[in-house]
Design a protein around this ligand. Structure first.
Ligand code: CUA
Length: 346
């Protein structure tokens, strides 16, 4: 018995030491990270002794009270032990309630509304993230840029299925649910480059649904934002004035095409869908077969991808609602752009 107690105490000490020594998480890059990591440590410190106690009693009983070979008699009748039962109900009840209360306090704390926070709308779609900054001149971006120490309120929605928005270094995560806008608050606390990771199995491209997050100084953020604003205005002007190529490239990279299709001109290398560098040839060949011009073929393939599958690619992967998501003018521009950079408009 004494040996058992000594072994249990040692196992508890070693278990807690290991659980605290292991570097479970990536660097802390938000104000919430420290609280959440501390919460984790407290949970580990509380769990290891319980685990060791339960296992010690189980192992002790198995070793000492097992039936001798050939002993088929019944065990002694036991009528319970009221005092012991009160102890083993009360202590876990107090522990679980205390940990729940602690967790609630931490959650409440990190979800508290901050003064001067900035809203960032996050839109998920198979298989890309899009970010826009509605407070600041409607800037749209396919990378997330944030200012250090500036609280952010993310409004997260999805255009298609369930995804989950997660930046491990911020320690915060929220699901994207069709028909709902979920919210999450973060105050980035460390300059650096991180990744948004999708953590809800959302289709073939799920594992590649990652995008860059940059936390920069407030000055650098302001510079970035004003450059984006200028670019956005330039794009609108050039779209109106007929600079089709850059507008087409913008649609390609910002509206999700680039997350699945490779295209040298747009510096995209993803291989979930067919590569588009030789789209011109394909569109000519396939269009001829169906009595379509190359442009008609590409347009039909965007609107109804499963009807124009090429070798090695499966139905049901590319979203079928691009005709609704994009305006007719955007599709037009996109088709022209794609053909012009893939030798299809020769
Ligand atoms: Cu989106 Cu997984």
């Amino acid at each position: 018995m004494l040996g058992m107690v000594v072994v249990s105490v040692l196992a508890t000490i070693v278990g807690i030491a290991i659980s605290l020594a292991i570097d479970w998480f990536p660097p802390q890059a938000s104000t919430a990270a420290e609280d959440i990591d501390l919460l984790w440590d407290v949970l580990m410190i509380a769990s290891v002794p319980i685990f060791v106690l339960v296992m010690s009693v189980a192992i002790y009983s198995v070793l000492l009270f097992r039936a001798k070979p050939g002993d088929l008699s019944d065990g002694a009748p036991i009528h319970g032990n009221t005092r012991l039962e009160i102890v083993w109900v009360t202590i876990p009840f107090i522990m679980v309630s205390a940990l729940a209360a602690y967790g609630w306090v931490v959650l409440n704390d990190i979800e508290e509304k901050q003064a001067n926070d900035m809203v960032v709308n996050v839109t998920a779609q198979q298989f890309a993230w899009r970010f826009d900054y509605p407070d600041d001149g409607k800037v749209k971006s396919n990378q997330l840029v944030l200012a250090k120490d500036r609280p952010v309120e993310f409004h997260v929605r999805t255009e298609d299925v369930l995804h989950a928005f997660w930046v491990p270094e911020f320690r915060l995560k929220t699901d994207t649910v069709p028909g709902l806008t979920t919210q999450i608050r973060v105050t980035p606390s460390k300059i650096g480059e991180y990744e948004v990771v999708c953590t809800e199995l959302c289709g073939l491209g799920h594992s590649t649904m990652r995008q860059n997050v940059r936390v920069v100084s407030q000055e650098e953020f302001d510079t970035w934002l004003s450059e984006e604003q200028k670019q956005e205005q330039g794009e609108q002007a050039s779209a109106a004035g007929g600079d089709q190529a850059s507008e087409g490239k913008r649609v390609f990279t910002e509206d999700g095409c680039a997350s699945c299709h490779s295209l040298a001109d747009a510096e995209s290398a993803s291989r979930i869908g067919p590569g588009l560098d030789d789209l011109g040839d394909t569109a000519r060949r396939m269009g001829k077969r169906h009595g379509q011009s190359p442009a008609q073929y590409v347009r039909a393939a965007i609107a109804n991808p499963d009807a124009s599958l090429t070798r090695d690619f499966n139905a049901g992967v590319m979203p079928t609602d691009f005709e609704k998501r994009l305006s007719p003018a955007e599709i037009d521009t996109l088709v022209k752009y794609l053909l012009s950079v893939s030798g299809g408009s020769k």
